[in-house]
Design a protein around this ligand. Structure first.
Ligand code: 0O2
Length: 267
């Protein structure tokens, strides 16, 4: 196949990956903007290179005329979560969306691979719009924790280095590292509620502070400068003593002041 033709075939896959990265990042932002904990920590994506498509087709005896149908991971999205519980939340989010249709799922967390590999895999159908019209793309979504991702990344590069001949002692090390990852994820789940509380209050505080600063900035344009400087000093005092309740009530009062000025400016 000519390189130009490959490009024409693979471009919609790149579009699907780009769109999905934006959409999953949007989910992260939606959670954070309401001060809630996001089950998605990070999202990345890639389109398989022509050489790995050819390699996979050769390895799995796939007819090149059917590679788009048979190779399900030409477009790949990887979602990283902090905790195992989050993975299943993300799976539900994906299942409830109207822009993706689940073709198949593999739970390599409940049923880890022999290598020790753990992740949740979903193949979804996703439509993109091109000049030639709508094109349905298959996308592989891998969902895993930070710890699982660390293991898989190292193991993948060792697989690449040794191909089929990974020395037994390295295989054993990887296997015990996989066990350690299970223990680590389990330990993290135990402290999950506390970690989430800490992260939530951090996000809530950041949102309140952003609201206060926006109000102060806007007031500076319309209100008495001395008064705004006094408000700013009050804010700094409360901020320094670190009391969240006081910060929130200060923000509410400031909202009222800002509203009063807005009302005045209308008269
Ligand atoms: P690459 O280079 O990441 O694209 P199967 O026939 O079931 O063995 P299949 O159909 O490819 O394999 O599906 P599966 O098992 O769901 O694996 C799909 C992808 O998951 C792989 O893509 C890897 O990215 C990842 N994966 C699966 N098993 C392992 C493993 O043991 N270690 C690591 N590090 N990753 C794994 P590719 O195309 O194999 O590779």
């Amino acid at each position: 196949m000519e390189i130009q033709l490959w490009r024409e075939i693979l471009d919609p896959y790149a579009l699907a990956v780009d769109e999905l990265i934006i959409k999953f990042n949007y989910i992260i932002n939606e959670y954070r903007h309401v001060g809630a904990y996001s089950p998605i920590e990070q999202v990345t994506g890639r389109v398989k290179t022509i050489s790995s498509i050819l390699e996979k087709a050769l390895k799995k005896n796939i007819d090149l005329n059917k590679f788009e149908e048979k190779i399900e991971d030409i477009a790949g999205i990887r979602i990283i979560c902090q905790f195992v519980e989050d993975i299943y939340k993300v799976v539900d989010i994906i299942k409830n969306r109207s822009d993706m249709r689940v073709k198949s799922e593999k739970d390599y967390i409940e049923n880890a691979k022999k290598s020790g590999y753990r992740s949740y895999h979903m193949i979804v159908y996703y439509d993109v719009e091109t000049l030639k019209g709508k094109k349905q793309i298959q996308v592989e979504i891998q969902i895993r924790t930070l710890a699982m991702n660390f293991w898989a990344t190292i193991e993948h590069s060792l697989q690449y280095k040794y191909k089929q001949n990974m020395p037994e002692h390295i295989r054993e090390r990887l296997s015990s590292a996989a066990e350690a990852v299970i223990v680590l994820d389990r330990e993290m789940s135990v402290v999950r509620d506390e970690i989430m509380d800490a992260q939530n209050s951090f996000t809530i505080k950041a949102n309140v502070v952003a609201d206060i600063l926006t109000n102060i900035q806007n007031l500076y344009k319309v209100a008495n400068k001395q008064e705004v400087i006094r408000i700013q000093d009050d804010f700094l005092n409360i901020y320094q003593n670190g009391d969240q309740d006081q910060l929130e009530s200060f923000s509410k009062n400031l909202d009222k002041v800002a509203q009063r000025y807005r009302a005045q400016s209308l008269h």
